[in-house]
Design a protein around this ligand. Structure first.
Ligand code: HEM
Length: 512
């Protein structure tokens, strides 16, 4: 009963964090910048995204000031599909909007947004971006990981630890197929095109896993060599998940190998715990052989999964502060916190197995071990929840090019555009453009422009004056984003005809 309550609270906690999840392929910069009012119609627009996009499932539409669709723009991708060059038709004076929908080819998430532009007039509206939050997809992924991994892990247990028949295997197989098909359907739905099933990396990964599950289901029960084939296929289905992971997207072979080792050892451990929990209840065989063999396999699995996890964390998180200042980092912290609880229970079990399980013994001796096995399993279930959310959030270290970030804000009728030349922890150029609502540049009344930099973790604030430049904007250069993490940049504009300063606050994520 206590485990169920802990389990429930934990699950709700993971769900709560999921709700925070933010966009994957988000727009890092645009040239011409969002909200710009240009003298002449530009030939092209260059957009830079934080993650590589899938051009087959991305689109860019041009609208006029009345919201009429003018045309779907043709585009080419460059730089590992992080950079998109849109070709524009010759446009007459007016306000226009480019509305985009991009599919991140890494984890298959869709982001939409609009980019306003003015030709000869001020643009309408401000840059906006939105990522469809797919909480249902996170939950279904959780279910799929749980069923698939415990199914494969139980097959390992049956083949290597205790030659027992588990009626639960059929149930696990059925649930794994069901959740895999559901995630595939949800994914195709989120992309909005059926051919995402075979035309995208995520679609192909899920389809391959389902095919391997079906073959496993038909061959495993035949016994003998077929069981070994079934076992190998089920582990291959688990390992296949690495193909659409962040490690694959980072094109890092070592990370990919560690990701596969991580997934397979998680399956062996989680499935083994479930099988042991079910087996102990059934009182079927003498325990010493089974418990000693399983605790050895479990120990090996834990060492490999923690080791691979540490490497993957370094590879994808990149800095200590990103652990608590990014969603990805926070999910990882949840995993690590839960893992300590599991390891505490596992250590007690390991010690009891080494101490007590030499020769035959009675049922009562098993009770504490049995409870802890189920305790471990329950917390592993929670970790899988955090892992599903982790896999669907943007790793702090992925794809962040050092190209400019463009932020647009409006306050008191003044549009303030802040262009940061690089969001990496390095000296950068900060340009502030001031425009009235109708897009006219505002410089004549400006007495002073101050930029204040404050790190979210309260590392103290730094402020500096931005100098007027010949280009009509105000600029500052230097190492102001001095550590990785979330920064607040406050732009304070002092105008000669106003008593109060006009203030706009921008948020920027800085990366190593
Ligand atoms: C009970 C222990 C653990 C379980 C059950 C577990 C489970 C998982 C699963 C299922 C995934 C893949 C998620 C997916 O593709 O949907 C994953 C990924 C990951 N795990 Fe673990 N893990 C555990 C422990 C750890 C530890 C100890 C660390 C770090 C020290 C870690 C770091 C990671 C990282 C960084 C990834 C993400 C890789 C990516 O972004 O593609 N895990 N884990």
């Amino acid at each position: 009963m206590r485990f169920c309550i802990v389990g429930l609270v934990g699950a709700l906690g993971v769900l709560g964090i999921c709700y925070e999840l933010w966009a994957h392929a988000y727009l890092v910069s645009a040239d011409p910048p969002a909200g710009a009012s240009l003298e002449a119609s530009p030939e092209k627009i260059v957009l830079v995204f934080s993650e590589e996009i899938d051009p087959n499932f991305s689109s860019f539409d041009l609208y006029d000031a009345q919201g009429q669709l003018l045309q779907r723009l043709s585009f080419v991708t460059q730089e590992n599909r992080l950079r998109v060059v849109l070709t524009l038709p010759k446009l007459s004076n007016g306000a226009y909007t480019v509305a985009w929908k991009v599919l991140s080819s890494i984890d298959g998430h869709t982001t939409t947004g609009v980019l306003p532009l003015g030709i000869g007039v001020g643009s309408k509206g401000a840059l906006s971006m939105e990522a469809k939050l797919d909480l249902l997809r996170i939950l279904v992924r959780w279910g799929r990981l749980l069923a698939l991994m415990t199914f494969a892990g139980t097959l390992v247990f049956v083949q290597l630890i205790a030659k027992e028949r588990f009626s639960a295997l059929r149930v696990l197989w059925g649930v794994a197929v069901l959740f895999s098909l559901s995630e595939l359907a949800l994914y195709a739905n989120s992309v909005g095109e059926l051919n995402a099933v075979w035309g995208t990396r995520v679609g192909m990964t899920l389809s391959a896993q389902i095919a391997m599950l079906f073959i496993t289901g038909t061959v495993w029960a035949r016994g003998g060599a077929w069981s070994w084939l079934g076992l190998a296929l089920s582990l291959a289905a688990v390992a296949a998940g690495a193909w659409s992971s962040h490690s694959a997207a980072a094109k890092d072979t070592l990370a990919l190998i560690f990701e596969i080792a991580h997934l397979v050892t998680v399956a062996i451990w989680a499935g083994g715990l479930l099988a042991l929990g079910l087996l102990v209840r059934e009182q079927a065989t003498s325990w010493n052989g089974v418990l000693v063999r399983f605790s050895r396999l479990a120990l090996l699995s834990v060492v490999v999964l923690v080791g691979s996890g540490v490497y993957l964390s370094f590879r994808h998180v990149g800095s200590l502060s990103a652990l608590w200042s990014t969603d990805y980092g926070r999910f990882l912290l949840v995993k690590l916190a839960l893992l300590t609880a599991i390891l505490a229970m596992a250590a007690l079990n390991f010690r009891q197995v080494r101490r007590d399980f030499r020769g035959e013994y009675g049922r009562r001796d098993l009770a504490p071990l049995h409870r802890r096995v189920w305790g471990e399993f329950f917390v592993v279930v929670l970790v899988l929840g955090a892992a599903s959310a982790l896999a669907l959030s943007a790793p702090p270290r992925a794809g962040h090019s050092s190209s400019p970030a463009v932020l647009v804000g409006e306050s008191d009728g003044l549009r303030i555009t802040l262009i940061v030349s690089s969001v990496r922890v390095e000296p950068a150029h900060f340009a502030v453009q001031l425009q009235s609502r109708d897009g006219r540049s505002v410089t004549e009344h400006v007495q002073r422009v101050t930029l204040e930099f404050r790190h979210r973790d309260g590392l103290g604030a730094v402020s500096a004056f931005a100098e007027p430049t010949s280009a009509g904007d105000f600029a500052l250069h230097g190492l102001y984003l001095s550590v990785a993490g979330q920064w607040e940049i406050t732009v304070r504009v002092r105008l000669s005809d106003r008593a109060e300063d006009i203030i706009t606050i921008f948020e920027v994520q800085a990366f190593r």
